[in-house]
Design a protein around this ligand. Structure first.
Ligand code: KGT
Length: 279
C-alpha cells in the first residue's frame, strides 16, 4: 500500500467581501476533507480579492475579527484537518500604518492559528499589456521568513510574487522545509509565461514539495487571474495540476520520503559556496 500525505489545494475565484469569500471557499474545503485530504491549502486573498486601487481601510478587519478567517478556523476544527489559509488581507496591526498585511495563516485541527507569515515581496509591477500593480500602496510587506511545524515536517511559507525570489526558498529549505507553500493570485500574462516554470524551478532548487493553490478566472471586479493550481515533487515533476481556471479541488498524495532521497542524490542544497562579487 502506498503511504503518503493526502493533501488538497483549493482553487478559488474569490469575491470582494470576506463574508462572500467564506461562502465561496467553504464548500470546496468540505469536499476536499470528505474526499480524504488531511491538509488543505487555499490561495492568496482567500478572504477577499479586489482591484487594489480601491482598497480602503474600512474594508479591512483585524485578523481576529475577519469573517473568513474566523469561519475557516471553525471549519478546520469541525472537519479535523490542517488548513493553510494561503492568505487573508487583514489589518497589519502596526500603529501608524493603515496598510494591510497579506498574511498566511496555518490552522491546526483544533482551529488554532499556529503560524503566520506576512508576504515579504510586494507586487509593484507594470506589465506590457497595461496592467499596473502597486501592492505596496495597500500592503505593508513583512520582514521575516517563516517556517511552520506540521505533523509531516516543516512547511516553508511564501506568497505569490515571493516565488520569483529563489534565495527565500533556498533559505526555507536549508532551515528544514520539506514542503513550501506558494498560494497565489497570479496575473494571466505572467501566469501563462512563468507560473509552472517558476514553481518547478523552486522545487528542483530546494528538493522540496511545492504546493501552489491559485485564484483563477474573471473575478467580480473584472480582475483576471491565472488558475492552474499545481503540486510539484522534489524532483521537479508536476504530480497534480488543474488544467483550468475554474474553482475546484485538486488532490495529491505526497511521498515525503522523496525529499531526503532527492537531496541525497543531488546535494546542491549543501553545496553553496561564497564567492567574490562579479567584477
Ligand atoms: O491583491 C490581492 O488581494 C492579493 N494579492 C495579489 O493579487 C498579489 C499582489 S497584487 N499578486 C501577485 O503578487 C501576483 C504576482 C504575479 O502575478 C507574478 O509574479 O507574475
Amino acid at each position: 500500500m502506498t503511504q503518503g500525505l493526502d493533501i488538497a489545494l483549493i482553487q478559488t475565484r474569490t469575491p470582494a467581501t470576506a463574508a462572500a469569500g467564506l461562502a465561496h471557499v467553504e464548500p470546496l474545503i468540505r469536499q476536499a476533507a470528505a474526499e480524504g485530504a488531511r491538509f488543505i491549502l487555499t490561495p492568496e486573498g482567500s478572504n477577499f480579492l479586489e482591484q487594489r486601487r480601491g482598497l480602503r481601510e474600512e474594508a479591512l478587519s483585524d485578523e481576529g475579527e475577519d469573517a473568513a478567517v474566523l469561519g475557516l478556523q471553525a471549519l478546520a476544527a469541525e472537519l479535523g484537518v490542517w488548513l493553510l489559509i494561503g492568505s487573508a488581507i487583514v489589518r497589519s496591526g502596526v500603529p501608524g500604518d493603515a496598510r494591510a498585511a497579506n498574511r498566511s495563516l496555518l490552522v491546526d485541527p483544533t482551529g488554532a492559528i499556529t503560524a503566520r507569515y506576512d508576504k515579504l515581496h510586494v507586487f509593484d509591477v507594470d506589465l506590457a499589456g497595461g496592467e499596473t500593480y502597486r501592492e505596496s500602496a495597500s500592503v505593508r510587506p513583512g520582514d521575516a521568513a517563516k517556517l511552520a511545524d506540521t505533523p509531516w515536517g516543516r512547511l516553508g511559507l511564501t506568497i505569490c510574487y515571493d516565488v520569483r525570489f529563489p534565495h527565500l526558498h533556498r533559505a526555507l529549505a536549508k532551515a528544514g522545509a520539506g514542503m513550501i507553500a506558494v498560494p497565489a493570485a497570479f496575473t494571466r500574462p505572467t501566469g501563462e509565461a512563468h507560473w509552472e516554470t517558476l514553481l518547478r524551478a523552486r522545487a528542483i532548487e530546494t528538493g522540496a514539495f511545492v504546493l501552489a493553490p491559485a485564484q483563477g478566472g474573471r473575478h467580480e471586479d473584472g480582475r483576471q487571474t491565472w488558475g492552474r493550481s499545481l503540486v510539484v515533487d522534489p524532483w521537479g515533476v508536476v504530480i497534480a495540476k488543474a488544467d483550468h481556471d475554474e474553482p475546484g479541488v485538486l488532490h495529491a498524495r505526497l511521498d515525503l520520503g522523496a525529499v531526503d532521497r532527492v537531496r541525497a542524490s543531488i546535494p546542491a542544497l549543501s553545496h553553496d559556496r561564497t564567492f567574490d562579487p562579479p567584477q
